[in-house]
Design a protein around this ligand. Structure first.
Ligand code: NAD
Ligand code: GLY
Length: 370
């Protein structure tokens, strides 16, 4: 990816209550960390949290960017992977913060994918009932989704993200150059969340993605910057409308996720990356939308084509329809055993629908499970 040291876009997230914050999107922009930190405090200590893989590429760049603000910087480098989003990691981060706590302000900076962002974010959300957080996402998923909107969490053995808090960051620095080292499978997994925004909120964006998906997968920097910006604008719109996920507006971001969670659970979280499960989950949800009479014929085929073009699965391997339906009915988000799905009304418009007949879900899964 070409280095041009430029902020290409600035998107403002407006969750209300004077907590507006910028998302800066560009290439080679770790130096922007200086102003992000100085805008919070000129007399501070920063705990820069990352994972081993990401740190090997970008810790020094991030450290240099922050150092420009004259901050005292300490680092905590975690092992990589979802397993780290646990109480031990949380306790480790909290202990580090307590050990750094003096007369200066404390800031957490999370450099990495959604795992680092969620765990470090949860530590920032809870230490002293909340200290400033800067997100520096380095996966596509984190750039367009997890770093924006304030959801932070760790996992329990009983389920993912069960202990968490809403805590909006003070700034999000999206340095797109970091995506150059992302394994192709992670890039494709992140693409699931990108195309999801089009399906649920923006038909024109979907049409654009349909034409340019190859350029995006090839990390064309102009395309990628514009696409990440659009996703962040759409997420910012949802967060403004329903920050706490209580009004139904934020729920549409779960398009494909009811199927995806069942698929991930059935396969023990090993076979599929989350984005891959979301890919096939969106295909299932679109077909269900057609069968429920909400989406015109042809809509589901369009969803399937774009998911497939991203290199994401469109079939479910190694899980039976009955098993998946059972898992969906036991999902913590299911109300009273009634199946609820985010369904499409058209490409670009979605809504949460309760009480979908099991026979429709079963028909979709029979076609998709191989
Ligand atoms: P991740 O953080 O595990 O990153 C995936 C892998 O890519 C890791 O091995 C990581 O070390 C590596 N990596 C990251 N950036 C890299 C880079 N630039 N170059 C090379 N390797 C790199 O996974 P993820 O997909 O980013 O995030 C998944 C997590 O996000 C899940 O825990 C999920 O629950 C959470 N999530 C949170 C929200 C939210 O709103 N808070 C939304 C969606 C997902
Ligand atoms: N990723 C779902 C949300 O932010 O609500």
């Amino acid at each position: 990816m070409k280095k041009n040291n430029a902020i290409r876009y600035k998107v403002i997230v407006r969750p209300g209550g004077g907590r507006d914050y910028p998302i800066l999107i560009g290439n080679n922009i770790m130096s922007s960390l200086k102003n992000a930190v100085a805008g919070i405090s000129t007399n501070c200590r920063v705990l820069l949290v990352s994972d081993k893989k990401v740190a090997s590429f970008y810790l020094e760049d991030a450290r240099k960017g922050i150092a420009g603000a004259g901050a005292d910087i300490q680092t905590e480098v975690l092992p990589a992977g979802e397993k780290q989003k646990n109480f031990r990691t949380y306790a480790k981060l909290i202990n580090r913060l307590a050990g750094m706590d003096d007369a200066r302000d404390l800031i957490v900076a999370a450099l990495g994918g959604g795992v680092v962002g969620d765990a470090a974010g949860f530590a920032a959300a809870t230490y002293r009932r909340g200290i400033p957080l800067i997100q520096i996402p380095t996966t596509l998923l984190a750039c367009v989704d997890s770093s924006v909107g304030g959801k932070t969490a760790i996992d329990l053995p009983e389920g993912k993200n069960l202990v968490g808090a809403f805590h909006q960051p003070r700034a999000v620095i999206v340095d797109l150059d970091t995506l150059a080292t992302l394994p192709p499978r992670e890039l494709r997994a992140g693409m699931a969340e990108v195309i999801k925004y089009g399906f649920i909120m923006d038909a024109k964006f979907t049409a654009k993605l349909e034409k340019r998906i190859d350029r995006l997968l090839g990390l064309d920097s102009t395309e990628m910057a514009a696409v990440v910006k659009r996703c962040c604008e759409l997420k910012a719109r949802v967060v403004k409308a329903d920050e706490r996920d209580t009004k139904g507006a934020r729920a549409i971001l779960n398009f494909g996720h009811t199927f995806a969670h069942a698929v991930e659970t059935a396969r023990g979280y090993t076979k599929y990356r989350h984005g891959e499960a979301v890919g096939v989950g969106m295909v299932c949800a679109a077909e269900l939308s057609e069968r429920a009479g909400m989406l015109d014929a042809g809509g589901a085929a369009r969803v399937e084509r774009l998911v497939d073009a991203c290199g994401l699965p469109v079939k479910i391997d190694g899980a039976a329809p009955g098993e998946l339906i059972d898992l969906m009915q036991r999902d913590k988000k299911t109300k009273g055993g009634k199946l609820r799905f985010v369904l499409l009304e058209s490409i670009g418009s979605a809504k949460l629908v309760g009480d979908i007949p099991v026979r429709l879900v079963s028909a979709v899964l029979k076609k998709r499970c191989v």
